[in-house]
Write a new protein. Structure first.
Length: 460
């Protein structure tokens, strides 16, 4: 199998030029002007942008939550991701408190095996840390190629670990070249605000938002960064939403910490005024919640200032009937929304087209930095000789409208219904095979592979 992509406008995190790309098997073999090879397929990419396949570092496929499961599984989730140009996703394995990491890994391998259409990897969520789990952490890094460990500073009794466990985990992870990631919100504060609101009969989705004020995220982010500084561990804060938390990161950079930050498309594009829409606002019940316009501005600036390295989605869709579990009580609405498909197109349309970020910054935050931070670079996340041929051919001028009637995610609504986008993923290659062309997927279940990741110690 060989493919030649001609005359595309190639964009990487550091370069931007017109050239050809020659692909043989799963890899990029040559990049240059006027390449001439005897190939099976030639693609004319004149006037098109060529990006490395996107990496979404934060998705939840087939995830158990609040007595139900997220509605996209490995098949539908990675399919929708491919349609939007995301060729690799990193999902979260959840340890059951009192059980081993390996048992959880077995469960998640079953979910993915034979189902994934796009490539995937796992973060391991440590919800119960002790000496036995510490040994498993080392095995995960050295044998399984799973080098990132998610922690929760909220959801007490199910997912949360305390600060003592956090520090001990960081020490083990640091020693073996992994990274600790965190859902940084103050769980105790949020739980008490949720209780107060329920007692007062404040039960609409608006109170989900009002129970998680900015300070709950700013406080936990600062605490996590202090613990990282104390242990010297590499760390990563997932789904950052607000100015207050970003200010804590700004302080950490003055200490030259290896601390990275992810935000998500929805926090850049949507805002908390949506919570005034009655129960329809359940569509945007996620944690942390959407914030204010001033936070959007801080996040876009944070990307350009190098305080935020990645843009993910926290894709965790639930069907409307699942959302209705919380019709009479916001605290029973499953948290999450469908997002995996439009991450790159939204970031391009709202970020690059409006002049907020450059083309190279777009590639950095949608692919390259996630590959570097999580130990997949340069196999993934760039267009270079020897890299996996995960490639997007993108039409920068094509206009389209987001709608649940046309998206590929298994969800009967969209949080962006009717939103107009400029720029569309046209053709997608996954490891040298054409995955998406002419609005159809040419790959099938089981074509997606697990990406084994490396330990990383240096700064990106
Ligand atoms: Zn998440």
């Amino acid at each position: 199998m060989s493919i030649l992509i001609k005359n595309g406008h190639i964009v990487t995190a550091s370069e931007d030029f017109i050239a050809d790309i020659y692909i043989e098997g799963e890899k990029i073999k040559a990049i240059g002007k006027n390449l001439s090879y005897d190939v099976a397929t030639t693609i004319d990419a004149t006037d098109k942008l060529i990006f490395p396949g996107g990496i979404d570092p934060h998705v939840h496929l087939d995830m158990p939550f609040m007595g139900t499961y997220s509605s996209d599984n490995y098949e539908t989730g990675t399919l929708a991701a491919l349609f939007g140009g995301t060729t690799t996703v990193i999902d979260f394995i959840l340890q059951t408190q009192g059980d081993t990491l390996h048992n959880a890994l077995k469960t998640w391998k079953k979910k993915a095996k034979g189902n994934a259409i796009g490539d995937y990897s796992y973060h391991m969520a440590v919800t119960d840390f002790n000496n036995d789990v510490a040994k498993e952490v080392v095995q995960f890094i050295e044998e399984e190629g799973i080098t990132s460990f998610k922690t929760f500073m909220a959801y007490k009794g199910a997912l949360m670990i305390d600060d003592g466990q956090m520090v001990q985990l960081m020490k083990v992870v640091k020693k073996h070249g992994g990274i600790v990631t965190v859902h940084a919100t103050n769980g105790d504060m949020i739980d008490s605000l949720v209780s107060k609101n329920r007692e007062a009969g404040n039960l609409s989705p608006l109170y989900h938002y009002l129970s998680q004020p900015e300070v709950t995220e700013a406080e936990a982010s600062a605490r996590f960064l202090d613990m990282l500084h104390y242990t010297g561990c590499r760390g990563y804060i997932v789904h950052m939403t607000c100015e207050g938390a970003l200010n804590a990161v700004r302080k950490a950079t003055l200490r030259n910490q290896k601390a990275y930050v992810e935000t998500c498309t929805q926090y850049l594009v949507l805002d908390a005024s949506l919570y005034e829409k009655g129960f329809e606002a359940a569509k945007w019940v996620m944690s942390p919640p959407l914030r204010e316009k001033k936070d959007q501005n801080a996040l876009w600036s944070g990307i350009n200032q190098g305080l935020i390295q990645t843009v993910g989605t926290d894709h965790c869709p639930f069907l409307w009937e699942q959302k209705e579990m919380g019709k009479d009580d916001f605290s029973k609405i499953p948290n999450g929304h469908p997002a995996i498909e439009h991450r790159m197109e939204l970031l391009y349309s709202e970020g690059v087209r409006t002049g907020k970020i450059s083309l190279s910054k777009f590639v950095e935050v949608s692919a390259t930095n996630a590959a570097k931070i999580f130990g997949m670079y340069p196999q993934k996340g760039t267009l270079a000789i020897g890299s996996d041929a995960d490639i997007i051919i993108f039409d920068p001028n094509k206009q389209h409208t987001i709608s649940a009637t046309t998206h590929h995610m298994n969800c009967d609504y969209s949080g962006y219904e009717g939103k107009e986008i400029i720029g569309k993923t046209e053709t997608v290659l996954l490891r040298g095979k054409i995955a998406i062309a002419d609005d159809s997927c040419l790959l099938t279940s089981g074509d997606g592979k697990f990406v084994k990741r490396k330990a990383v110690t240096e700064n990106i």
